[in-house]
Design a protein around this ligand. Structure first.
Ligand code: G3P
Ligand code: CA
Length: 240
């Protein structure tokens, strides 16, 4: 079972920052996961929420702020003063870090309430600038966006995210050109996902921070887990 560091090494470092990604890059894991939004001036930034309120000393929607404005805020001190000074990273800064490694990078296209026109094209353009087509998985809860990615870049791996499982995921999957389902932890043990695994779908599960849960998922045969605690999960896998 492979391990992805969810938002970087987010249990120890401020999520989705260079500090969290650098820490993850030191570990013998399979990959990292990150979230992207578009700024007011159409720059791709790495942040989970639509607003900067929770993870910075500023406030407001990412879509209403330029990159220059966003850079003025501190994205580290909310977790602890020792992380003060962390800036919001651009996607290209994070790709520059990982293109020198053999880790996979799962880029989640965020699709909350605001729709970012052209986000798929922009992300794919950056991936190709870094020549990282084989090192990337692009996922989204917005399955139309997954479809667009599949159409635009059939050579880049994509995945459909599910917060809740639909009853006949095997049939539904025939409508999306993806082999991979990224599912929330409670749904991973339900019948539709077990069926999908039997039919050779690649199932990856988020967010798994408890060893007991990882044990269940290992027995089910999931491909990978997303965890905030990559070292803890590496230790668990070493003992298996
Ligand atoms: O990509 C898996 C997982 O990160 C999806 O949920 O809310 O953590 O972005 P969330
Ligand atoms: Ca995510």
């Amino acid at each position: 079972m492979k391990i992805f560091a969810h938002r970087g090494y987010s249990a120890k470092y401020p999520e989705n920052t260079i500090a969290a990604f650098q820490a993850a890059a030191q570990l013998p894991i399979y990959g990292v996961e990150l979230d992207v939004h578009l700024t007011k001036d159409n720059q791709i930034v790495v942040i989970h929420d639509e607003t900067i309120d929770r993870t910075s000393n500023g406030s407001g929607f990412v879509k209403d702020l330029t990159l220059e404005q966003l850079r003025k805020f501190d994205f580290g001190s909310w977790l602890g003063e020792e992380y003060a000074g962390e800036k919001i990273p651009t996607l290209s800064e994070v790709l520059a870090l990982f293109c020198k490694t053999n880790l996979m990078v799962n880029i989640e296209l965020k699709s909350d309430i605001f729709v970012y026109a052209g986000l798929e094209e922009k992300v794919l353009q950056e991936v190709s600038t870094f020549g990282m087509q084989d090192q990337i998985i692009i996922s989204s809860f917005d399955h139309e966006a997954v479809n667009r990615v599949a159409r635009l870049a059939p050579n880049v791996e994509n995945a459909a995210l599910f917060a809740n499982m639909i009853l006949n995921v095997v049939d539904y999957q025939k409508t999306i050109p993806t082999k991979a389902l990224h599912v929330a932890l409670p749904t991973a043990v339900r019948k539709p996902v077990l069926e999908a695994i039997k039919k050779n779908s690649v199932v990856r599960v988020y967010t798994v921070n408890e060893i007991d849960h990882a044990e269940v998922l290992l027995n089910i045969g999931v491909d990978a887990i997303f965890t905030d605690e990559p070292e803890k999960m590496l230790e668990f896998m070493k003992l298996r």
